[in-house]
Design a protein around this ligand. Structure first.
Ligand SMILES: Nc1ncnc2c1ncn2[C@@H]1O[C@H](COP(=O)(O)OP(=O)(O)O)[C@@H](O)[C@H]1O
Ligand SMILES: [Mg+2]
Length: 270
């Protein structure tokens, strides 16, 4: 089988014209893979455009999911290939997010399998080793006061998880949950602002890339605000808990440091 992509957690192999296998690295927690399998099916049943899920598979001791093969490219790749169309692709990204957030989770499905955004964030904030007990307490109180929301949220929405071709598809649902769109957008904005750039890149290249990402974030946000009823201050109120929760992820020290200073600054302003 031909390997067509590689991420931090998995490799993607093309099985044939119709299917791919997303094969997780060995030792990756099986519950998380089963969650991705179940949640992807669930969001498909709500009418969200995702690759069809075929079955769970096991290969050479590794667990994987067999998905429908998608004839398309991630928006990130489109942006790299056609940088002059960066603004258009950033608007497509925002449009996909607006469309996703229109989808309400029906009340009989609000228990399993959907995880709840505020519970997921609170769990991660509790785990963050870089925060003091007082800091955690203050952030958890702020989180507690935020609205719950009943929309489908992706939890990791960025241009590599949005694919376009004749149609548009959102992929990579392991972090999918029910929640408030403002929290989902706050995460996308934090990724544009602080998500780590390739370690090896020289600093002037990093500066140029950062300028492009700031531009994408700006166009994405303006489009989203213009096409929804959300206000910027609603999104802003999620930045602190979302940044704190990200500290528990596998991200480089440099990004953790930046997130910690954002968190400290915001706590001071409270
Ligand atoms: N169903 C699919 N059809 C075609 N390509 C896919 C499919 N799923 C994933 N890919 C490719 O693999 C990449 C990584 O997939 P993803 O599910 O986002 O894994 P990761 O969790 O490693 O980010 C995508 O950006 C895309 O290029
Ligand atoms: Mg991905």
């Amino acid at each position: 089988m031909k390997r067509i992509a590689e991420g931090r957690t998995a490799e993607i192999f093309q099985e044939n014209h119709e299917s791919v296998i997303k094969l997780y690295r060995s030792g990756f927690p099986k519950e998380a893979i089963i969650y991705e399998y179940e949640i992807t099916k669930q969001v498909a049943s709500l009418g969200i455009s995702v690759p069809r899920v075929n079955q769970l598979v096991e290969m050479e001791g590794r667990v994987g999911i067999n998905f429908e093969y998608i004839e398309g490219k991630p928006l990130l790749q489109k942006m790299a290939e056609h940088p002059q169309e960066l603004d258009d692709f950033s608007e497509v990204l925002a449009d996909m997010h607006v469309t996703l957030h229109r989808c309400e989770v029906p009340s009989d499905e609000r228990g399993k399998p959907f995880r709840k955004q505020k519970e997921v964030l609170a769990h991660n904030i509790h785990q963050a080793p870089q925060l003091s007990t007082d800091e955690k307490h203050a952030i958890l109180q702020i989180l507690e006061a935020l609205p719950n929301g009943n929309r489908v949220c992706h939890g990791d929405f960025h241009p590599d998880n949005a694919m376009v071709g004749e149609k548009r598809w959102i992929i990579d649902w392991m972090t999918g949950m029910i929640g408030h769109p403002a929290g989902d957008i706050a995460r996308t904005l934090l990724l544009f602002r602080y998500g780590t750039l390739p370690e090896a890149a020289p600093s002037h290249v990093k500066d140029q890339l950062q300028a492009l990402r700031d531009r994408m974030g700006h166009v994405y946000l303006n489009y989203y605000l213009a096409h929804s009823n959300l206000q910027m201050d609603e999104i802003d109120s999620w930045m602190l808990p979302v940044a704190a929760a990200r500290l528990t992820e596998w991200i480089p020290e440099e990004e953790k440091e930046q997130l910690r200073s954002v968190i400290r600054e915001r706590l001071k302003l409270k």
